[in-house]
Ligand binder design. Structure first.
Ligand code: UT7
Length: 361
């Protein structure tokens, strides 16, 4: 908000697209830092200090990106008070699809009974939700769809090398979803700006599979995530700070107008550095990575669902979302918050703390 005169208006002509529902779903199985201390050479202190992560959720054998995505989508549909049969399109951001094809979006379409909906996945690694959301919003704005479900769904635990302490302490599983609907000029809700960028020449800093993937001894499955954490960290801070400043300016706003920033939840130190660069006070930045770790495409919608449940956004607020990951690919979006109808839904099954031993491959 601007200090004196309330929320600044979206730029004239900003597409009227409303986020009318939010929801998330996470597996019940919690994997704590203390448990990881028993499987790799690490400490709770190191993980907490270097990343901010204390625990993460791990999918059980019957769970997948599509089952988590379906549960998150059901919660978002309930929150929007929209029936699955009224959805025109489902876009899923994921880099851990159930299989190469069919698209995870098609599996979710079937599970929901969304009979009229088209469905496809997008993969921009950790920037996948922003890629999916900007796509879905433009379908609505361009008239190609009236109601769109956008989902970020991941089972990162399936592509983590559980013997690699550089990566296995960071990632977790889960899904988040939003419902998009067409709006009018007289009600809040707009796509104010988005910036999507990539530098594929830096792919070797963070990847899973492909010709550059080294064989990992003792890992029959694979391929697994490989990351040069220190360099990804540096790139992430610079790229997200620049993209955020650009998106805010494109929306015709100043950083002071941003009511809440929901960044990708990879590392608390990255988030703090970006907020410092932008001049964004900590209380206007939402984090929940201490409880979920890095859930890639799912991190922003899970955080958005929790932020909404905590009443952190009001209709007319300007919401800034930021993401960065493998590709390298990154982005920033500014959205005028419409307000959800019946409060966000969530599926957070009764907690199973260390119920079964972690299966280390
Ligand atoms: O979502 C996609 C984008 N991903 C990210 O944004 C992640 C970006 N990177 C990071 O979050 C951080 O770089 C990490 C959390 C991965 C690492 O933190 P860091 O402060 O950059 O540590 P580092 O990689 O510089 O490693 C410092 C030391 C190393 O030991 P030496 O070489 O200094 O002796 C590592 O071997 O910490 C060691 N180390 C660990 N020690 C205990 C690495 N992983 C661990 C561990 N436990 N789990």
């Amino acid at each position: 908000m601007t200090p004196a005169d309330g929320p600044a208006s979206p730029p004239p002509g900003a597409p009227r697209v409303r986020i009318t529902g939010v929801g998330h779903a996470v597996p019940s199985r919690i994997l704590t830092n203390a448990e990881l201390e028993r499987t790799v050479e690490t400490t709770d202190e190191w993980i907490t200090e270097r990343s901010g992560i204390r625990e993460r959720r791990i999918a059980g054998p019957a769970e997948s990106s599509s089952t988590l995505g379906t549960a998150a989508a059901r919660a978002a549909l309930a929150s929007a008070d929209v029936a699955a049969g009224d959805i025109d399109l489902i876009v899923v951001g994921t880099s851990t699809p159930d299989g190469v094809f069919p698209a995870t979006a098609s599996r979710i379409q079937d599970a929901l009974g969304a009979r009229r909906a088209g469905a496809f996945d997008v993969n921009a690694a950790c920037a996948g939700f922003l890629a999916a959301l900007s796509t879905g919003m433009q379908f609505v704005a361009g008239g190609g769809a009236r109601r769109v479900l956008v989902i970020g769904a991941e089972t990162m635990s399936r592509i983590v090398d559980w013997t690699d302490r550089n990566t296995c302490v960071l990632f977790g599983d889960g899904a988040g979803a939003v419902v998009l609907e067409r709006g009018t000029a007289s009600e809040p809700g707009a796509l104010e700006s988005f910036v999507m960028r990539s530098d594929g020449s830096l792919a070797s800093l963070l990847y899973c599979g492909g010709p550059e993937a080294p064989a990992i001894a003792g890992s029959p499955g694979g391929p697994y995530i490989v990351m040069d954490g220190r360099n990804v960290f540096r790139q992430a801070v610079t790229a997200m700070s620049q993209a955020a400043a650009e998106a805010v300016a494109l929306a015709g706003l100043r950083v002071a107008d941003i009511a809440l920033c929901v960044p990708h939840q990879a590392n608390a130190r990255i988030i703090d550095a970006v907020a410092r660069n932008l001049g964004l006070p900590g209380e206007r930045v939402f984090t929940n990575l201490d409880r979920f770790g890095n859930t890639s495409s799912a991190s922003i919608p899970i955080a958005l669902s929790e932020a909404t449940a905590q009443g952190r956004l009001r209709p007319g607020d300007h919401l800034l979302m930021l993401a960065f990951g493998g590709g390298l690919a990154w982005g920033a979006m500014v959205v005028e918050w419409a307000g959800v109808r019946t409060g966000p839904g969530s599926v957070d099954a009764p907690v199973a703390r260390a119920a079964e031993p972690l299966e280390v491959r």
